[in-house]
Ligand binder design. Structure first.
Ligand SMILES: Nc1nc2c(c(=O)[nH]1)N[C@H]1C(S)=C(S)[C@@H](COP(=O)(O)OP(=O)(O)OC[C@H]3O[C@@H](n4cnc5c(=O)[nH]c(N)nc54)[C@H](O)[C@@H]3O)O[C@H]1N2
Ligand SMILES: Nc1nc2c(c(=O)[nH]1)N[C@H]1C(S)=C(S)[C@@H](COP(=O)(O)OP(=O)(O)OC[C@H]3O[C@@H](n4cnc5c(=O)[nH]c(N)nc54)[C@H](O)[C@@H]3O)O[C@H]1N2
Ligand code: SF4
Ligand SMILES: [Mo]
Length: 713
């Protein structure tokens, strides 16, 4: 029996776990009380990390599909198949003929986070897609233009704030996002016990809204209007006070002018929040000793995602709360922090090239995943003929996923790096599995960059494995693309040399793989720690609360916070036009997350799916009565792209005019190896999400506020 300290890689909270292992069996998983960040907190998913490790359906060998039948294969056979098919497609049709889709866990996985880009660079395809465009891309765009770097996303300083205004986020269930902070319940309650206030804007009375001091049931998709009305009020009532930030900001007058039409009275009929309430929200925000405005999925995956993301930070700036303790601050991670080079003035640009079929803008070198099916299905020069998915399940997670599934069947070749044979990988020709989270080392190189304290924590592999680590797999694939062959060690030395050159320190000759890269990043980072020192601190090292980083963090051409950056301002007329909207009573579909879910992929674990069916359509009692819906009976929900039948859950926790279905379900397909998930299939809400509805600026998909028709039969 032994107990290992493991940083949980399953969501953004980075909790420390105590994993007790007897021989090769995981016996218990508990929160690590000594973890410097999570202090013993754990959620149901973290507690299921042993079930994930032991899941008999989890793939342990590569799989090859021949004549529609899956065969377990050796790694050599799998690479031979890939070598025989992939380079030929590139040779015949060019680099853009191969698309990549990188999914959410690729960010939570040290191998893919560090070595994914090596493969992507070798492929150098314009057809790069990721879960970012069904998630946070609008925030990157707004941060890019405001602060000069798309990774400069301020996080709420929850541990010190006196006032937290949350829009479209439910951290009590999601455990926080773009705000790495384990135990959000504890942290939010601490705000209240020190006399602070929490206000939630959400069409649903979520768990976070239940705990909050105030909840306002905003109409979906209208956050940008409400936020502009708050800005309008701050100016109208002379409440704007930038404090010490003033000398670092430009564009304040322009924002004031832009906000003129968005009076609380003008937006109230559309947002559903009265003018008086809106004014009070603005006054309280301005009056608080410190305050942070924070928006997440609900404000991002909507038609005005970038404007809403921008206005969140406009409010943080105008109330003097950006970059000050208790406000919204820029973390400084121990390793790999992206926005640290002083004196950068390059600024940010998106739309440097555009997609072939729908003429959509590139952002951060990727195209919106909402157009991936178009690029596969539309013949012509540059048509996508092969796809590599890396930790992604776009057949459940992206809009109009039925059309995408059809498109995948037309590919000449598809590879999935995935741990399951599921809704997406079933379309592949070759599946390459990776080790379980307990079989690999972990350092959260991505999420510590959004943490509410500056934290570093290293996890070694808790359980040995015969499976190659995914960084080795990625380098093997790179070797096939570049013709460099199968010498993984040589390629790894090359990667390390590049990291070392950038970092300005020499690689530790005793290390290889991610250990060597993380060590380089740590030693060249702000706290100059070594990997060895981190290994000696199994509960992590806490570098303390966030510290102000303006002006060094700013990388705009002016060196200032560009509050009225032209690219953002140019999108405002689209919002102004919304002021003419008269809500027509059409039902609007939104999503919701659930404690036991991890987007689409952890439903194969019995502990997370047992009990009552959670894939229900929530509607308000008034709508149920009006539409003739009965609690527990099935309802049909239709959109332009599809229709589903799903059980109704009548509840007053949801606003009238809104219907909520969680995403990530719909495990009712054939040819998968997910026995538990299939027995708890639910329906796929993204059959209803319309790939034509996007935030024009960022290309992000609209997954909330989708017009639907709801009928009892
Ligand atoms: N309607 C609606 N749709 C949404 C959302 C929403 O709120 N509403 N949310 C969106 C958001 S925020 C996101 S991030 C996306 C997520 O979208 P995706 O990233 O496409 O989907 P996931 O469900 O995270 O699927 C992850 C895949 O990675 C595999 N996997 C897990 N661990 C590993 C590993 O260690 N190695 C490898 N190789 N594979 C692994 C899983 O088996 C699964 O196939 O969904 C989006 N879709
Ligand atoms: N248990 C669990 N945790 C997760 C995940 C999971 O699938 N399950 N996924 C992880 C991922 S990838 C991410 S990105 C994060 C997301 O983290 P969060 O953004 O906190 O996630 P959600 O719970 O989807 O919260 C979004 C909220 O927005 C509300 N909403 C919908 N439309 C609107 C709108 O138009 N305006 C406003 N103001 N609100 C709206 C919804 O009702 C919902 O309560 O969660 C992460 N954590
Ligand atoms: S909150 Fe996230 S990091 Fe913490 S145990 Fe749960 S899944 Fe793991
Ligand atoms: Mo996400």
């Amino acid at each position: 029996m032994r107990t290992e300290q493991v940083t949980c890689p399953l969501c953004e909270a980075t909790c420390g776990l105590d994993v007790t292992i007897d021989g090769d069996r995981v016996t218990t998983v508990r929160g690590d009380a000594a973890d410097v960040f999570s202090s013993g907190y754990i959620c149901p998913k973290g507690a299921s990390i042993g079930a994930l490790h032991h899941d008999p359906d989890r793939l342990r060998t590569p799989m090859i599909k021949r004549d529609g039948e899956w065969h377990a294969a050796t790694w050599d056979e799998a690479y031979a198949e890939i070598a025989a098919r992939l380079p030929k497609i590139i040779a015949d049709h060019g680099k853009d003929a191969v698309a990549v889709y990188a999914g959410n866990p690729s960010v939570h996985n040290t191998s893919t986070a560090l070595y994914g880009r090596v493969l992507y660079k070798a492929l150098s395809t314009k057809n790069f897609y990721s879960a970012s465009t069904v998630d946070q891309m609008p925030k990157h765009v707004s941060a890019g233009y405001l602060f000069g770097d798309p990774m400069s996303i301020p996080v709420p300083d929850v541990d010190r704030t006196a006032h937290l205004l949350l829009l479209g986020a439910n951290p009590l269930v999601s455990n926080g996002s773009l705000m790495t902070a384990p135990d959000m319940r504890g942290r939010l309650k601490a705000i209240q016990s020190r006399g602070g206030k929490i206000v939630v804007l959400d069409p649903r009375r979520s768990r976070t809204a239940e705990l909050a001091d105030e909840h306002h049931a905003i109409r979906p998709g209208t956050d940008a209007l409400l936020l502009f009305a708050l800005v309008n009020t701050l100016f109208a009532e002379d409440l704007v006070d930038l404090g010490t930030l003033a000398e670092h900001v430009t564009g304040v007058d322009e924002v004031r002018d832009l906000s003129q039409p968005f009076t609380p009275e003008a937006v109230a009929p559309i947002t559903g929040i009265t003018a008086d309430e809106t004014r009070r929200l603005a006054r309280e925000l301005a009056a608080a000793d410190s305050a942070a405005v924070y928006g997440r999925i609900g404000t991002s995956t909507q038609a005005f995602g970038t404007l809403a993301s921008w206005l969140v930070d406009v409010l943080n700036v105008l109330t003097g709360n950006l970059d000050r303790p208790g406000g919204a601050m820029f973390p400084l991670a121990a390793a790999g922090q992206a926005n640290v080079k002083a004196g950068r003035r390059r600024g940010f640009a998106h739309g440097r090239w555009r997609s072939r079929v729908r003429d959509l803008p590139e952002v951060l070198g990727e195209f919106p995943v909402a157009t991936l099916a178009d690029e596969i299905l539309t013949p012509g020069d540059g048509q996508v003929r092969a796809l590599i998915t890396v930790c992604g399940n776009p057949c459940l997670s992206t809009p109009n996923s039925a059309r995408l599934a059809e498109a995948l069947d037309q590919l000449d070749f598809m590879i999935s790096l995935d741990v399951y044979l599921n809704e997406t990988s079933r379309h592949a020709d070759v599946i390459l599995p990776g080790p379980s989270p307990l079989e690999r080392p972990h350092y959260d190189v991505a999420l510590y960059q959004f943490a509410v304290r500056n934290i570093a924590n290293w996890t070694g592999a808790a359980i040995p494995t015969d499976l190659p680590q995914e960084w080795e797999t990625l380098l093997r694939l790179t070797g096939i693309i570049t013709g460099a062959g199968a010498d993984v060690a040589a390629m790894d030395d090359f990667v390390a040399a590049q990291f070392a050159a950038r970092a300005g320190v020499d690689p530790d000759p005793t290390l290889t793989g991610p250990e060597r890269l993380i060590d380089l990043l740590l030693r060249s980072g702000p706290y100059k720690v070594t990997l060895a020192e981190l290994k000696a601190a199994p509960h992590g090292i806490d570098y303390g609360p966030l510290r102000p980083r303006v002006p060094d963090v700013l990388a705009t051409p002016s060196g200032l916070i560009e509050l009225a950056a032209p690219a953002l301002v140019e999108d405002v007329p689209r919002l102004t036009a919304e002021l003419a909207t008269v809500p027509n009573g059409q039902m609007l579909l939104i999503g919701r997350r659930q404690l036991g879910s991890n987007n689409s992929w952890m439903h194969n674990l019995e502990p997370l799916v047992k009990g009552k069916n959670r894939c229900t359509a929530q509607v308000n009692p008034a709508d149920a009565e009006r539409l003739g819906l009965v609690d527990g009976a099935d309802v049909t929900v239709r959109s332009r792209t599809g229709k589903v039948r799903v059980p109704v859950e009548v509840t007053d926790t949801i606003r009238t005019g809104v219907i909520s279905i969680p995403h990530g379900w719909g495990h009712d397909q054939t040819g998968m190896r997910t026995a538990v998930a299939t027995a708890h299939a639910g329906i796929n809400s993204n059959l209803l999400a319309d790939e034509l509805l996007i935030d024009a600026l960022s290309g992000n998909a609209v997954l909330n506020g989708i017009p639907v028709e709801v009928t009892p039969n």
